[in-house]
Write a protein that binds this ligand. Structure first.
Ligand SMILES: Cc1cc2nc3c(=O)[nH]c(=O)nc-3n(C[C@H](O)[C@H](O)[C@H](O)COP(=O)(O)OP(=O)(O)OC[C@H]3O[C@@H](n4cnc5c(N)ncnc54)[C@H](O)[C@@H]3O)c2cc1C
Length: 383
């Protein structure tokens, strides 16, 4: 089993840039030969798991391998809405995601501007009489319901989780793609051409390296798009109905989500580019082809939403990968070929809070402190 990566894909300027930065980067260290725990993927899931492993068991040898830079995948290009449950709703034994997520961030001392003022479901029907939002988008869009939720600064969450893991002694290797995973008595990873033996492995590669995670042909990688406006005045925010800074997403189609970011920039997102093979994602360019068309369409919709946005300048345009698995349920299971390899991801665009919450759960499971949930039937087992 192995994942072949595209040459020259270490950083991906083709996906555009979001309005935050990741200011944590790892120090170069010699690759270990043996580990207790290897984590593959330096997004929210992998970083939270690595930090939680060392938080719980400071003596265990933990290393995280990231193909590119921390946050190179979905986590660095997310919208940053912290949402409850999963994209498929609540699942048996899931628990309270937002409470668990907040507690993990507190315990790891990760400061990422988390606020949980609630989130708005918006739609064209069933709009509340006192809806603060009245936007023009295939009908009149308004608030239909308030649910728990809020926002984070994704750059700060990535940096904070990276520091939390590193400070607790997890080794973090960037530009260190796991090229192969051999599943014998112990899992053996190939990194930079060298073998690294681990007692237990977490595969948190999300929409990429699907052969490694056993999710090729079982889950669907996509690129999804977002834009950020230039800073708006408080008057503009009030006119839009966003003075309370609650994030929002439609519950009918056409889909639209958004949130207010620092300096009163408003981020909006929608649209999916479908690919047959995850490697195609890495080659997509948001300035060309279908991704560019989706961005242009999103820009038109944003300007038409409300007169306050008619002449607004967009300062950032970007896209990022998501992975959608069966029934829109996250994948959280042991690898069919090895009990000590756990696969976690495919949050279907719903992974900001869930990735950290389940990343810590995966760490507890690898430490033998907790069982994995039973969300799959046998037919869904990896490989
Ligand atoms: C535009 C956009 C908006 C979104 N908005 C929201 C939102 O508002 N709320 C919400 O809840 N969710 C949202 N999401 C989804 C959310 O961001 C993701 O679910 C979450 O970030 C997934 O984190 P992850 O760590 O599992 O995956 P990723 O962040 O994708 O991390 C996987 C990592 O694995 C690395 N990797 C891959 N292959 C290898 C290999 N072979 N070896 C080593 N490393 C490898 C990749 O480089 C990558 O860094 C959004 C996503 C996008 C793209």
């Amino acid at each position: 089993m192995g994942a072949t990566l595209l040459p020259g894909s270490a950083t991906n300027p083709r996906w555009g840039l979001p309005p935050w930065t990741v200011d944590f980067h790892s120090e170069q260290e010699a690759l270990p030969e043996e580990l207790d725990f290897a984590v593959v993927g330096g997004g929210f899931t992998g970083l939270a798991a690595a930090a939680w492993l060392r938080h719980s068991e400071p003596r265990k040898r933990v290393a995280l391998f990231e193909r590119s830079r921390i946050g190179a995948g979905s986590s660095g290009r997310t919208g940053g809405m912290a949402l409850p449950e999963t994209a498929a709703g609540s699942l048996p034994g899931l628990g309270d995601v937002l409470v668990g997520y907040s507690n993990i961030l507190r315990d790891l001392q990760v400061h990422c501007d988390l606020t949980l003022p609630g989130a708005w479901e918006i739609g064209r029907q069933g709009v509340l009489p006192d809806s603060p939002i009245a936007w023009n988008d295939c009908g009149t869009l308004g608030v239909t319901r308030e649910v728990p939720g809020g926002t984070i600064d994704p750059g700060k969450m990535l940096s904070g989780l990276g520091r939390a893991a590193s400070k607790r002694g997890a080794l973090i290797f960037e530009n260190a793609p796991v090229e192969n995973l051999r599943l014998g008595e112990f899992p053996i990873l190939t990194v930079r051409g060298k073998s690294v033996r681990a007692r237990s492995v977490l595969l948190a590669t999300n929409a990429e390296s699907l052969e490694l995670s056993g999710l090729a042909r079982r889950a669907h990688p996509k690129l999804t798009m977002a834009v950020a406006t230039e800073p708006l005045s408080f008057e503009q925010l009030s006119l839009l109905g966003l003075a309370q800074r609650k994030p929002f997403y439609t519950i009918d189609l056409p889909y639209l989500w958004g949130r207010v970011f620092h300096e009163n920039r408003v981020i909006f997102g929608c649209g999916l580019v479908h690919v047959e093979d995850w490697r195609e994602l890495l080659a997509l360019n948001v300035a060309e082809g279908q991704a560019a068309e989706l961005l242009a369409n999103l820009e038109r919709r944003v300007r038409d939403l409300h007169p306050a946005l008619r002449d607004v300048r967009l300062s950032h345009r970007w896209g990022g990968p998501i992975l959608i698995a069966e029934n829109w349920q996250p994948v959280f299971r042991r690898h069919a070929e090895h009990h000590n390899v756990v696969v976690l991801g495919a949050y279907s665009g719903h992974g900001v809070a869930l990735s950290v919450y389940l990343g810590a759960w995966a760490a507890d499971a690898m430490l033998g402190k907790r069982d994995l949930p039973q969300w799959d039937n046998a037919a869904n087992a990896a490989n």
